[in-house]
Design a protein around this ligand. Structure first.
Ligand SMILES: O=P(O)(O)OC[C@H]1O[C@H](OP(=O)(O)OP(=O)(O)O)[C@H](O)[C@@H]1O
Ligand SMILES: O=c1cc[nH]c(=O)[nH]1
Ligand SMILES: [Mg+2]
Length: 210
């Protein structure tokens, strides 16, 4: 498993505002979108392209286009939905699949309540979006789902992660081609499974308490 933690003052600045408990939902949503676009730049570094010949107004030249089949972007509902627009801004030709997951706040175990993905993911470049990698249970289950459908490589973009979650993910995805791109790696999990210092419940901050 490869882990890339962003190291850029613009990302750290935006994350600081996001972490601030006084930041209201509309600002939180806008910043989430901006952060994903910045992280997607790193996450798509390995996207496969093929050469094409085009005609500029001046001459013929060789460029590239993103290879077929189109990349698949999978936001994990709810909170991952807040990252979708920022991602497809950078990858406008991507297809979008959905996974709905919720973590039981007592046991911290995730359950999947919705799934809308292509049956066959072989040859697909898959990008999973979820702002929070806490215990790692939700992301491990999502990545496992994609590999079971035939994916060969999965890249996940998360705004924040806890070391405990990364460790679990590393163990559960051993031998698989997985890349994790993070806005920041935080200190730890608290006794309720929340990331410290974190930003609270990302889904609630984006969409309100349910
Ligand atoms: O790493 P884990 O311990 O599994 O926790 C992380 C998960 O928790 C949050 O979702 P939540 O269950 O709060 O659902 P929501 O997005 O609907 O708020 C978050 O968006 C992740 O999916
Ligand atoms: O800190 C956390 C942990 C799990 N889910 C969140 O939204 N925040
Ligand atoms: Mg939540």
């Amino acid at each position: 498993m490869r882990v890339h933690v962003a190291d850029h003052p613009l990302i750290t600045h935006k994350l600081t505002v996001l972490r601030d408990k006084t930041t209201p939902s509309p600002v939180f949503r806008a910043l989430t979108e901006e952060l994903v676009t910045l992280l997607a730049y790193e996450a798509t570094r390995g996207v496969t392209v093929e050469e094409i010949t085009i005609q500029t107004p001046v001459t013929e030249t060789v460029g590239v286009k993103i290879s077929e089949p189109r990349p698949l972007v999978v936001p994990i509902l709810r909170a991952g939905l807040g990252m979708l627009e920022g991602m497809v801004k950078l990858l406008p030709t991507a297809e979008v699949g959905f996974l709905g997951m919720v973590r039981n706040e007592e046991t911290l175990e995730p359950t999947t309540y919705a799934e809308r993905l292509p049956d066959d993911l072989s040859d697909r470049q898959c990008f999973v979006l979820d702002p929070m990698l806490a215990t790692g249970g939700s992301l491990a289950a999502a990545i496992d789902f994609l590999f079971q459908r035939g994916a060969m490589h999965v890249t996940a973009i998360c705004l924040l992660a806890a070391p405990e979650g990364l460790e679990r993910l590393e163990a559960e995805t051993a031998g698989k081609d997985v890349t994790i791109v993070l806005g920041a790696l935080d200190e730890k999990l608290d006794e309720n499974g929340y990331i410290v210092p974190g930003l609270g419940d990302a889904g609630d901050r984006l969409y309100g308490v349910v």
